[in-house]
Design a protein around this ligand. Structure first.
Ligand SMILES: C[S@@+](CC[C@H](N)C(=O)[O-])C[C@H]1O[C@@H](n2cnc3c(N)ncnc32)[C@H](O)[C@@H]1O
Length: 251
């Protein structure tokens, strides 16, 4: 009897949690998007990308030396890269860039908007293709990040993780950081953006320093290097009061 009661309470607790998680938010366009069951393809097809910014991210500019460690030709990973302009910014400075993004529209827009030609090759491991501009040392793997591995790329000197770890479903975070750890050089830096917001809302989903410590097997907590309130463009994602924190992780 007691057991059944516990189960009923547990079920309603989970249902309530699901309702919270499945909360929808209304974008500026008036469209309602269920952010937990995020349909990234739909976002790209309809041009609903409130996370995308045309100018190089101000926090990236402030902390870029922590990512490259002032090396001349660092190999930098952009997981879940979208069409982040920071990739071309670093390529122009002589670094080698690898992005991973599974929506083809995003990848093509990146190359087209930066007026970069590209060649494509099939990559069966990720059920996709790699788009490459050899002259500028930029490659974007157009496929599932969770299938990306050290058989494709390894020895990354640094990572800029904005809109990656914070965007994936919470139950996939461990898998996400496992991929990251397997392709990075040991001890290489990753600067990551994570939001502080109520649990259950998102993406982007709340992430604490403790959780980062656990996910990256760190001996000491990650260094908090900066913070920022959510930008105006993100206000359309129901993120009022949300603060972004920027951590430097050396895993
Ligand atoms: C919030 S956006 C961040 C984009 C980019 N990092 C930026 O700063 O503009 C997340 C991106 O991840 C992509 N994405 C989501 N899940 C993915 C996966 N499993 N593999 C590859 N790309 C994925 C989405 O299509 C989307 O473009």
């Amino acid at each position: 009897m007691f057991y059944n009661l516990t189960c009923v309470n547990e079920v309603s607790r989970i249902e309530n949690l699901e309702k919270l998680i499945l909360k929808t938010c209304i974008l500026k366009t008036g469209k309602s998007i269920n952010w937990y069951k995020m349909d990234w393809k739909d976002c790209w097809e309809k041009g609903n990308m409130p996370w995308h910014i045309e100018a190089v991210h101000p926090k990236f500019l402030l902390h870029v030396d922590k990512i490259t460690e002032k090396k001349n030709n660092a190999k930098i990973l952009f997981p879940l890269c979208g069409k982040a302009v920071e990739m071309f910014y670093l390529a122009k400075k002589g670094h080698t860039i690898v992005g991973v993004e599974y929506i083809e529209i995003a990848v093509k827009q990146f190359f087209d908007e930066n007026k970069l030609s590209y060649e494509t090759k099939p990559v069966p491991e990720i059920d996709g293709d790699v788009y490459e501009n050899e002259a500028n040392n930029i490659k974007i793997y157009c496929g599932d990040y969770f299938k990306f591995s050290q058989t494709l790329e390894t020895n990354f000197d640094g990572v800029w993780d904005r809109g990656g770890l914070e965007a994936v479903p919470i139950d996939q975070r461990g898998k996400y950081t496992d991929v990251m750890k397997s392709v990075m050089k040991r001890g290489a830096p990753c600067v990551t953006e994570v939001p502080d917001r109520p649990v259950g809302e998102g993406p982007p989903f709340n992430l604490t320093a403790d959780e980062i410590t656990r996910l990256y097997d760190l001996k000491t907590p990650p260094e908090k290097v900066d913070y920022d309130p959510a930008s105006e463009s993100l206000k359309s994602m129901n993120v009022d009061g949300m603060i972004y924190y920027y951590y430097k992780i050396n895993s």
